[in-house]
Design a protein around this ligand. Sequence first.
Ligand SMILES: Nc1ncnc2c1ncn2[C@@H]1O[C@H](COP(=O)(O)OP(=O)(O)OP(=O)(O)O)[C@@H](O)[C@H]1O
Length: 856
Amino acid sequence: MAQPTTSPRQNTLRRSPEPRPAGRTGESGSRPRPKSSFNWGLALDRWLTDQRSTLTLGVLLMGLAGGLLFAFVSYLLHGNADQSAVDSALSRPLAESGSETRNWLGLVGASVAHAFVFRWFGVGALALPVIVFLSGYKLVFRQELVPLNRATIGLLFAAVWTSLIIGYVVLVTDSAETASVWCGGIGYEVNVALYSLFGWGNLAFIGFMLFFFIVYFFDVSKIRLPDFSRKNPSRVRPYADDTLQTFEDTEVDEAEAEADLDEEEEQPPVPAPVASAPVPPAPVAPISAPKPVSEPPAAPEVIAQSTGVTLTIKNRDAVADQEPADELAATPAPTYEPDPFEEDDLVAVHGLYDPTLDLPQYQYPTIDLLTEYANSRKASVSDDELTANKERIETTLRNFGIEIDSIQASIGPTVTLYEIVPAKGVRISKIKSLEDDIALSLSALGIRIIAPMPGMGTIGIEVPNKNREMVSMRSVVMSDVFSNSKFDLPVVLGKTISNEIYVADLAKMPHLLMAGATGQGKSVGLNVLLTSLIYKKHPSQLKLVLVDPKKVELTLFNKIERHFLAKLPDAEESIITDTKKVVNTLNSLCIEMDNRYNLLKDAGCRNLKEYNAKFVKRRLNPEKGHRFLPYIVLIVDELADLMMTAGKEVEQPIARLAQLARAIGIHLVVATQRPSVNVITGLIKANFPARLSFKVTSKIDSRTILDTGGAEQLVGMGDMLLSSNSDIIRLQCPFVDTNEIEDICEFVGNQRGYDDAYALPEFVGDDGGQGDEKDVDLDNRDPMFDEAARLIVIHQQGSTSLIQRKLKLGYNRAGRLVDQLEAARIVGPFEGSKARDVLVTDLQTLEEMLKRLKGE
Ligand SMILES: Nc1ncnc2c1ncn2[C@@H]1O[C@H](COP(=O)(O)OP(=O)(O)OP(=O)(O)O)[C@@H](O)[C@H]1O
């Protein structure tokens, strides 16, 4: 490791270098870069990704295409006259040659056309302006008129091939004197060369080239004639709106759909960065693997040392975006067996199904809609501040008889974490028992003690920075971690203590409970979450159900109703504020959940991803009700109001959705000001493994939401603790202002959208069929409940007699068990003489459900 630049001396603290971008592990972190070095690569990269540059370049290319076309056509008409002027241009005054040329674009037009038309491709050169135009169009309109790569290959081939075939005609008719301009140099010369080899067999060679190209370019091997003799579902192209179209109508879309889908699979583009300040590529700590990996440890730099204990500042280096492994990847393949012949037909004829073609012109919000705030610079903690804090910590601990070996500091956006290694013989439990006294002695607002630091033999003390950093939404949206994220529902939650941007996958969370006293940043947090999703998802892939009993917080999102919002068929407003309507909407979501489970079951899929993948491959027939299923995110801003007015009516559907909806792509984000036990009930809490808390008013509130204290010690303004998988991480939430949200919603809302909001299933009245779960108390489950559930799932047979026989139980008890299994949505409802449907297809999902029921 690199050595400190100053020799260690008394009264010196050590500071580590700034975190360096991932991948540049070979550089010495402690060697300062010369100030004058300018990074040309970065500047060029930034210029190229700036939308103003792409727009300018695009318009230039389109203009150039027009100019080339003009010059080429003109040359084809007057080229013979211009040839001598061009050839002699360099040997005499340009003005003289210029006055001789008849090209509409003068000597320059004639010279360029001379090269492309006369020397190379002849009439085939006309392909060039078309390619240039298509490239320019893509830059200006940020979408392709036709798939650009394929078009370029096709047009280049056409240029060469036309040149060859015309060259052949010119050769056999011996008209090179007058007509060689039409075939260009390539066409003529190649034909002359081939003629010497094959004689008149040239034509066969040129014909074979065309055949070869068609076979490969259009992959003819895949095209099979559809079977018209039977009712053939391959004639139907599934559309999201369930309209049917025969493939005769849609042939032209095939290549386009395929190319667009390729792009979509790569992730929808997040608009290019235009900021002046480079954003350090920060690592993502996914929710399922929340601990960021640190590699390699940066070399510390001594900055001060007063009492013999060294303070180092530990800033971790960046790591690459980590994708959590697909948890279901190892489970066996689904049971559904499609007819391979028909589906291959469909894909060969229409390409893969692309949901984004619902709104093909849709443009993702651009980065310039987000503001660069003046105070969003990196937090600066002076050496004096570091030394003072270190001394306070040391003195305080010594007063309690605790000696320390060393201190390391990590400077975060809001707080600095001092990690202390106690001297040998000091037991961590002693420090833990003194936690409150130490906090009191340090007496700074927002101090949080973590004793011990999970997984390390150290104690952490977080002390707020005097000058905190505001983390702007713009900076996190621009970050590589977020813009390159391949998560299904990426949400950027903030910056960690080591300045890493923390992006989580809501789809894997799979639900989030949020709490925080009034004014501590909850609404901003919800807006950040919604903004993240809107920046990354196409309207065809995501629908939002917004519940806002406070009636003011989410109103701005009304503008994106026809793009991203979902509502009940008869509802006037998409943002739900009325408690009764909330209950109906929640129940309607339960119906949507059941419908989706039925679709998944029919398709033999275990989750939404598998189902949609199958639909995209056109393996599911829309005539049977199959459709592309967008993710649905339900946001409830202020659960307390709802629980006060509707209690169980709200609690039960929320718990039910939270328990079962993850596999079918419905995810919940529920926020509350009052994290008391009558709002966050055991039932709700048990089903929300990921919880996030802004500052709350008491330790009890902190325990209610996070199962531990600490949230009462936060410093507000988006300072928060995230608890997931029993880890607690302190994060600074990004800031996004109402104006920014307004601009984003306007940007999206002004584009063409769907005719109406996404229609949720109708829910009829108070007990309109959904409240038919018998009065079963799942908190008092039969002791054999788990075994019975496993039995049913293993045998995929929802029968009472199976439980009776295998578990050797009486009829009544087995019947009660089945009722409980139904209430837990493991088996479907009673269906007369038929066995009940088993709603859980595999043991892994079941075990997760059982854990959740137990509140684990
Ligand atoms: N992430 C943040 N960064 C900087 N400042 C913030 C952040 N979040 C919130 N603030 C500041 O705190 C103020 C209150 O935030 P917000 O409106 O989100 O609070 P709240 O918890 O939703 O309050 P209420 O429950 O009363 O609506 C904001 O106007 C802003 O000034």
